[in-house]
Design a protein around this ligand. Sequence first.
Ligand code: ZN
Length: 347
Amino acid sequence: MQNIALEQKATIVNPTIPTVSSNLPLTGSKMKKVFCLLLLSMLSPAALSPAALMAQDKPDPWIQKKLQQFKPLTDEQKAAIEQAVPNQSTAKPKKTRKVLVFYRCEGFVHNSIPYGNLAIEAMGRKTGAFSVDLADTYDVFTTKNLEQYDCILLNSTTGMLFPTADQQNAFLDFIANGKGLAGLHAASDNFGRHPACRAIVGGEFGGHPWGAGGNWAFKLDDPEHVLNIAFGGKGFWHSDEIYQYNPQTYEGPQVLRVLLSLDMAQSEVSKQIKDGPREVPVSWLRKAGEGRVFYTNFGHREDTFRKPMILQHMLDGIQYAIGDLEADATPTAKVGAKSPALAPAKP
Ligand SMILES: [Zn+2]
């Protein structure tokens, strides 16, 4: 079996959050409960004492985790990202656009996250395609707060765990009602606890036989597709860590429009697995309700965010998710076979 464990999240199985609405009127039994709680709090004021409140208000472990993990970028690193980001967006924004970049990790934390955050901010600023708010606390997921955004971008989030059903529903409704979702790299190692969200992303991490230290070949499954224009109609080589997807969770070509995949015609790629050659998709788009989803597995390595070609692909995908770049999301299985653009011989 492949080296699945490295990025596997902690296997905490969360009970499915019941979908409840907080707006329901209080029923008889609910009213009784509220009354009992009120009575209890009056009888035992200690339950509401400052000490008790502080005990409930535990420090967020993520704050410590990110301080340890994320090193500040040097001026050179920042300049390299700024330089690599496209100067112009493929589509002109139809109006002022705003992207919520979420980067919290309950599982594996990627060092590349601050590089990705900076690159996304820079691409929005340089091209004028969108502005960015960065967030790493779940309180941003309310219907009211999300109204101001056109797209949620998950930058290598792992093991997300919405604390309440309302927060999960706000996320799901945002997309279903016509907004966008963009996912980079571990955004597909993220929703094991929330199967409905996982299905929208399109697939869940099932190991990465293609490690971050390798240089891998990629083919364009859809060479003419507008979200592949960054690659100029040609397959290519790129160093990054590449996932395969748990077959039970992968939505497949019946649902997804697969843009590019590992090129198994190259032995360098196919020898990493014993059951190959087989299709391992890397980037795709899809419709989800009225909304639009773009996902790419690129983004494990910090230097991925200094590659103009990859950044152009990401920007185009984000513009599709926002709703500014028209792109055909008809599932691959329904558009018939296209002849892929294979990678050249290994450089
Ligand atoms: Zn990774």
